[in-house]
Design a protein around this ligand. Structure first.
Ligand code: SF4
Length: 452
């Protein structure tokens, strides 16, 4: 790695979990349009379902999720009732029963509402949708608040077969600085129970760029995570955006690693994960070579959606709960973010749609280009344009925008083929920006995470 070269591109760029990105969503897309778009969810498509639970026992100071502190049974009960009602309301628009291949519970901390309430929500999904054999049911877990008995119920009563645990860093000083005290032994006990219960696919999230992280210590965290033998690990870069998440003000900027140090942390983790046999997948995922994700990546079948890299090919994502974003055949829609606003809207018996964006033909074409670049690190613009009946010559200006990355040997262009070179992988999002017709960064209040 050549830090001086890479750091030139350490700017705020989208994570491209969608295109157009959420920054382009606007309030002109509301509940009525959302309802009309739901009518086009048809039987021929496989469908994914996302269920958002916006409560945590306490806030981690680095958190960039839509969540709030919630500890009251009455709140959990109301939210569960309303989430079920939202599913019932959305289903009134379906033209037939969707076939579900993938369910993801996210948050927040989904298990904070308790397994009984999660089961009620799952029953609401199954009232209106067919959960296909072999469907993936994934849940994000917080080892600090989940009892081992509750954990045991997840596969048995909800069909959970994938779990993800947020670790971030095992170092006590770092954990204190981010308000997330979670010792290795606690995580190891939960992982052991996950295995006993037959959940075969485990992901651990690690995070670099947190306060007080140092290269060697973070390497120790990575080694400890490796001892738990997860099938996948995700290595996120901390995005310090206190103007978007005010609790991040509790993290002192002076304690944060600078660009050079962030690069060194990533490099250390990468080195140790690869030495342990993990394959670097996409921007920030690592997987066993024989895992489904690694296989999908090798075969060009990997996808990227709001949950990051996935093997899930479903073109439609029905998302329920506060702030949840659905991907529908006509466009993206996002629910109201604040739990109380979401609950008030559903309580008034209308969809809680806050904003969205209709997809143009150009959006669909560029979405494919950006997704393939993020997943495969190479694209053949001529072939993709051929699939869309589009004229490839229109991308000549986009290729010109790649010139600095080409000059720095981070990207190679051959005719209409673009390839992100090994040293440029970390900057794949900077390459995607060249194909993003909306990208207009606001230097005062950037909406995106740093490239490194
Ligand atoms: S547990 Fe996860 S969602 Fe909840 S505050 Fe911490 S990081 Fe955010």
């Amino acid at each position: 790695m050549d830090p001086a070269k890479l750091l030139k591109y350490d700017q705020r760029v989208p994570r491209y979990t969608s295109y157009p990105t959420a920054v382009q969503f606007d309030p002109s897309v509301g509940p009525e349009q959302h309802g009309r778009w739901l009518q086009r969810v048809g039987p021929e498509q496989s469908v994914s379902v996302y269920l958002h639970v916006p409560f945590c026992n306490e806030l981690c100071w680095y958190c960039g999720c839509n969540t709030q502190v919630g500890r009251h049974d009455s709140t959990f009960g109301n939210y569960t009732d309303l989430l079920c009602r939202e599913i019932d309301m959305a289903a009134e628009f379906f033209s037939s029963r969707p076939k579900v291949t993938w369910v993801h519970w996210g948050g927040g901390t989904p298990s904070s509402i308790g397994v009984d309430r999660m089961a009620r929500i799952m029953a609401a999904v199954q009232r209106h949708c067919d959960l296909l054999d072999g469907a993936e049911v994934a849940v994000e877990l917080d080892p600090r608040v989940l009892s081992l008995d509750e954990l045991a119920r997840l596969p048995r009563e909800l069909g959970v077969n994938r779990a993800s645990i947020g670790v971030q860093d095992f170092n006590p000083r770092v954990q204190a600085a981010i308000n997330r005290t979670q010792p290795y032994d606690l995580v190891a006990a939960v992982v052991a129970r996950i295995r006993e219960e037959g959940i075969a696919d485990l992901n651990l999230d690690l995070m670099y760029g947190l306060p007080h992280q140092r290269r060697e210590d973070f390497g120790d965290t990575v080694d400890q995570a490796i001892t738990l033998r997860p099938e996948r690990m995700t290595l996120f870069g901390y995005a310090h955006v206190p103007w978007m998440f005010s609790h991040q003000n509790l993290i002192k900027e002076a304690d944060l690693p600078d660009g050079d140090e962030r690069l060194a942390l990533f490099d250390e983790a990468l080195r140790r994960l690869e030495a342990a046999g993990y394959v670097h997948i996409g921007l920030d995922h690592f997987a066993h070579p024989d895992s489904e994700l690694a296989q999908a990546q090798r075969e060009g079948r990997m996808h990227r959606n709001f949950q990051g890299y996935t093997t899930d090919p479903a073109p439609t994502l029905l998302a329920f709960g506060a702030s949840a974003i659905s991907t529908l055949p006509d466009g993206f829609v996002q629910n109201l973010s604040a739990a109380r606003d979401y609950m008030a809207a559903i309580g008034e018996s209308h969809l809680a749609t806050a904003r969205g964006v209709a997809l143009s033909d150009d959006d669909r074409l560029r979405a494919r280009i950006i997704e393939r670049l993020m997943c495969d690190f190479e694209i053949d613009l001529e072939a993709i344009c051929g699939q869309f009946g589009a004229e490839v010559a229109q991308f000549a200006p986009d290729l010109e925008r790649l010139a600095p990355l080409i000059d720095d040997d981070l990207v190679a262009v051959d005719g209409w083929k673009v390839r992100v070179l090994d040293e440029g992988r970390m900057l794949v999002r900077a390459a995607c920006v060249a194909f993003d017709r909306y990208h207009a960064p606001d230097p005062e209040r950037p909406a995106h995470a740093r490239a490194i």
